[in-house]
Design a protein around this ligand. Structure first.
Ligand SMILES: Cc1ncc(C[n+]2csc(CCOP(=O)(O)OP(=O)(O)O)c2C)c(N)n1
Length: 321
């Protein structure tokens, strides 16, 4: 085994935090405790956790609208993540941004645009700043397969490649954009990796349900980017387990395919098996972790619910005009 026990435990724990947090959001949404909507990222956690485990202090992150609790890996507390999603003043954007705008500049989390694809240019702009500063920091830029078909994505990638800017693009290919399957909207097998070569960007395709495989691929690519070679792209093969939003009945797709992914490509279960087979954690230790994390997440939800609601005036704070 090439990894230390500490590294594997930390990686697994963060994967579990992300899974249980995404499930917690679904549970409280069902109880009517979440205003607006959520995009659950259950099933896609390993792509984000595995790649973010290659980060360094000073890096920037352009996250996406799915796997919304992932910024906890970067140090944003669950209290503030949940408060933001619930529209409370203790949210990291004082409840004014909501689920699509988890940002925390102190942790390098740049936020995102609800107009998908346009925020890819923010990431490249941040990479330009890093290049001017001459640091070995990079920008992690996450996007979806549906988003990959938008014009601003092309512009951002072309700019990053032409100016050799330090961006690791991570395509979380869950095969669906609301009710449109990627194979109906895209002629190539790998909407990220197959197009990357046209920009002169090296790419890798990885099984998104294997957190160690994601980590290894992201490590190689992020080192290439940090060394000043320009951008790289990682495409992770995933499947969107739930609807586009909670309440989506998914009538447009075959539930048997979803079940197959849930049974065979469950990133948390796969990592759990690995941990037990390699004597890193016992079943009992894993069970304790589940209940400890669940208690912690419940406390974060209670914190968020006790926080005052964002007011109409809050909407006009922190706006650049
Ligand atoms: C420019 C733009 N067009 C359409 C939408 C509406 N929309 C929100 S999420 C989504 C699906 C995006 O699919 P993908 O990029 O694959 O990400 P996923 O939701 O699967 O994680 C769409 C079309 C949007 N937010 N912005």
């Amino acid at each position: 085994m090439a990894y230390t026990k500490e590294f594997l435990t930390d990686l697994y724990k963060n994967l579990l935090y992300t899974r249980l947090s995404e499930e917690k959001l679904v549970a409280i949404y069902k109880e009517g405790r979440v205003p607006g909507h959520i995009h659950s990222g259950v099933g896609q956690e390993a792509t984000h956790v595995g790649s973010l485990f290659t980060r360094k202090d000073g890096d920037y992150f352009k996250l996406a609208h799915r796997v919304v609790s992932i910024s906890h890996v970067l140090g944003v507390p669950f209290n503030n993540i949940y408060a933001e999603i619930l529209g409370r003043q203790d949210g990291n954007s004082r409840g004014g941004g909501g689920v699509n705008h988890i940002a925390d500049f102190s942790k390098g989390v740049l936020g995102m645009s609800g107009t998908l694809g346009c925020d890819m240019a923010f990431a490249v702009g941040a990479a330009y700043k890093l290049k001017m500063e001459g640091k070995d920091n990079i920008v992690y830029c996450y996007y979806g397969d549906g988003t990959s078909n938008r014009g601003p994505v092309h512009e951002a990638m072309n700019w990053a490649a032409a100016w050799k800017l330090p961006v690791l693009f991570v395509l979380d290919n869950n095969q669906w954009a609301i009710s449109t399957c990627i194979y109906e909207s895209t002629a190539v097998e790998n909407p990220g990796a197959d197009r990357a070569s046209a920009y002169g960007i090296p790419a890798k395709v990885v099984d998104g349900s294997d957190v160690l495989a994601v980590y290894e691929a992201a490590k190689e690519l992020s080192e290439y980017v940090r060394a000043g070679n320009g951008p790289a792209l990682l495409e992770a093969k995933n499947y969107r387990w739930r609807g586009h939003f909670e309440g989506d009945q998914c009538k447009y797709r075959d539930p048997a395919i979803t079940e197959k992914w849930q049974k065979k490509r469950n990133c948390v279960k796969k990592m759990e098996n690995y941990m037990m087979e390699n004597n890193v954690l016992t079943e009992a230790e894993i069970k304790t972790m589940y209940s400890d994390i669940d208690t912690e997440l419940d406390a974060a939800v209670h914190f968020a619910e006790a926080s005052p609601k964002a007011t109409a005036e809050d909407l006009f704070k922190n706006i650049l005009a």
